[in-house]
Design a protein around this ligand. Structure first.
Ligand code: GDP
Length: 448
């Protein structure tokens, strides 16, 4: 997935390296690829359409940063739009429940059976108790599933949160009334109502939810959906929207390998913020929903996004220009190599760089296997620093004797010095090839 979207975008933009602004036909071609990626990430089709229209409009005519390729720039634009659509950067504020009301404030949890509703009820209750010092009472209104009420009682014990004593035979609305009374009498701050689920959305379920919402007038109604169910989650959200006054969404099983598309669909279909992400079975496995993290997951290209950001922040233009000129003249010496190494260190080291480059996953794995890590960058820097200026400008001077001197000067072995020289040779060769393909502009785009 990671390879394919970036590679596809690479194909769309290959002829465009170093160009100024994004042109309409190319943006449209790129968006066809983004569209496939979103569908593969399980985003609902109508949501994909709306999203693509919006982003296409925004992208056309945008200037391409000097230091990145147009494909990378498009990834960044798409990513930013995703983050925006998922609720913006401020995840922590988004996750906050609105509990500003006369206690007991009622939080109603709704969703299908198996979505993680009961677990999420206990997780949120525990969180409210521990992070906000709230006194919380939980009550299960699920009279369908055998032992649902007992399950909540067990979780309550584990979480150190009170649960309403079970009275067999009571119906959901009766239980809700009893819970409200108990919460009031025992001065609880928050009452969490865990409602019944069904295997599928049906009329009886909706009628029950409406009846409970009518008597409890909850301040928050959180829809719990399983991120792994993709398209089904969208249908569930659609059914609940309009029937009960939803205020937010809890997306469970984000610890699984869901691509996260459900999040985008959820947000689009309900128009409500995703407040929490469930990240495991344990009771503290719940987090505020972080849009940027989920955008990364949907696109699978977070690394490129951060590369664009870092490139914009850390690469100096003069350096790039100087380098581009030297390369155009067919000169790339060890001073230049050292500059590149230092730049790599600044950008987060080898692993980060390899992860950022489209199609570099394999190289990264190979590097890890050979034990190549950031210490290698430092060692290479030390080796080059132990050479004289003349040697750096003209590596051919480095005969066996000089190599020995450089090795001992940098506390390394001659074979390490050879590795640096070999890397320099290969980079020079690669650069000559790039020069043939794209000329000075192409180089600017690569190294700018
Ligand atoms: P309910 O029928 O909607 O009340 O669902 P439950 O709360 O009983 O959860 C069903 C199963 O999903 C249980 O085994 C939970 O431990 C598990 N579960 C709930 N939330 C998560 C989550 O965020 N991640 C994972 N991995 N499992 C979860």
């Amino acid at each position: 997935m990671f390879e394919s979207l970036s590679d596809r975008l690479g194909n769309v933009f290959d002829s465009l390296r170093g160009r100024g602004a994004l042109k309409e036909d190319e943006v449209r071609a790129a968006m066809r690829e983004v569209r496939i990626a979103l569908l593969e990430a399980d985003v609902a089709l109508p949501v994909v359409r709306r999203f693509i229209d919006k982003v296409t409009e925004a992208a056309i005519g945008q200037e391409v940063l000097r230091s990145v390729t147009p494909g990378q720039q498009v990834v960044k634009i798409v990513n930013d739009a995703l983050v925006e659509m998922l609720g913006g950067e401020d995840g922590a504020a988004q996750a906050k429940l609105d509990l500003e009301a006369k206690p007991p404030v009622i939080v109603m949890m709704v969703g299908l059976q198996g979505s993680g509703k009961t677990t999420s009820t206990a997780k949120i209750a525990k969180r409210l108790k521990e992070t906000e010092g709230k006194k919380v009472l939980m009550a299960s209104l699920d009279v369908n599933r055998p032992a649902a009420q007992e399950q909540l009682a067990v979780l309550g014990e584990q979480a150190g949160v009170a649960t309403l004593p079970i009275i067999a035979g009571q119906q959901p609305v009766e239980i809700a009334n009893r819970a409200m009374q108990a919460a009031k009498l025992q001065s609880f701050d928050v009452l969490m109502l865990d409602t019944a689920g069904r295997l599928h959305v049906d009329e009886a379920l909706m009628a029950e939810m409406k009846a409970v919402a009518a008597v409890a007038t909850p301040k928050e109604v959180l829809l719990v959906v399983d991120a792994l169910t993709g398209q089904d989650a969208v249908n569930v959200a659609q059914s609940f929207t309009g029937e009960v006054p939803l205020t937010g969404v809890v997306l469970t099983r984000m610890d699984g390998d869901a691509r996260g598309g459900a999040a985008l669909s959820m947000r689009a279909v309900t128009g409500k913020p995703i407040k929490f992400a469930g990240t495991g079975e344990k009771l503290d496995a719940i987090e505020p929903f972080v849009p940027s993290r989920v955008a990364n997951r949907i696109l699978g290209m977070g690394d490129i996004v951060s590369m664009v950001e870092k490139a914009a922040a850390s690469v100096k233009e003069e350096d790039a220009e100087r380098l581009a000129k030297k390369m155009a003249a067919g000169k790339f010496d060890l001073d230049d190599l050292r500059m590149q190494l230092q730049q790599m260190t600044k950008m987060g080291g080898l692993g980060a760089i390899a992860g950022m480059m489209p199609g570099m996953k394999k190289a990264k794995a190979a590097m890890a296997q050979s034990g190549m890590d950031d210490r290698v960058l430092l060692r290479m820097d030390a080796i080059i620093s132990s050479m004289t200026a003349k040697e750096r400008a003209n590596p051919a001077l480095l005969n066996a004797k000089r190599k020995k001197r450089v090795a001992s000067g940098s506390g390394t072995q001659v074979q390490d010095v050879n590795k640096v020289l070999k890397m320099h040779q290969e980079m020079s060769k690669a650069m000559k090839q790039i020069k043939k393909m794209g000329g000075l502009k192409g180089l600017g785009a690569l190294f700018g």
